[in-house]
Write a protein that binds this ligand. Structure first.
Ligand SMILES: [Zn+2]
Length: 113
């Protein structure tokens, strides 16, 4: 089940909300201060492994891919990018950075063999 994280604009703490399916909006209210000034952020992009698991949840069409798919770093984040586009969501810079970092983590640049 997807989890959306929202950062409160007032107290800057993060609240998590389960959604039944991708594309459903949730009414986000800060669980700490009750503010409705919430900005969505995506969770679990910190590592390539979690990016892959996000793929499983967010992949358009939800076609199952083999683990080998994710061993090609060029595929890391590809479906995430597509999912953001599909649902008209703006990809936060932090997500962009994490995808790029994950890709580079798999294939260190400057390693000319
Ligand atoms: Zn708050």
């Amino acid at each position: 089940m997807p989890i959306y994280e929202y950062r409160c604009q007032d107290c800057e703490r993060v609240s998590s909300f389960f959604v039944r399916s991708i594309g459903n909006e949730v009414t986000a209210v800060c669980s700490h201060c009750g503010s409705s000034e919430m900005a969505r952020r995506m969770s679990s992009f910190a590592t390539a492994k979690s990016v892959a698991s996000v793929h499983e949840q967010f992949a358009p069409g939800s076609e199952h891919r083999s683990p080998e798919y994710y061993q090609d770093p060029r595929n890391i984040g590809r479906n995430v990018e597509a999912a953001f586009q599909k649902y008209g969501m703006e990809m936060p810079p932090s997500v962009r950075d994490n995808i790029d970092a994950a890709r580079q983590g798999e294939t260190p640049k400057g390693l000319d063999l």
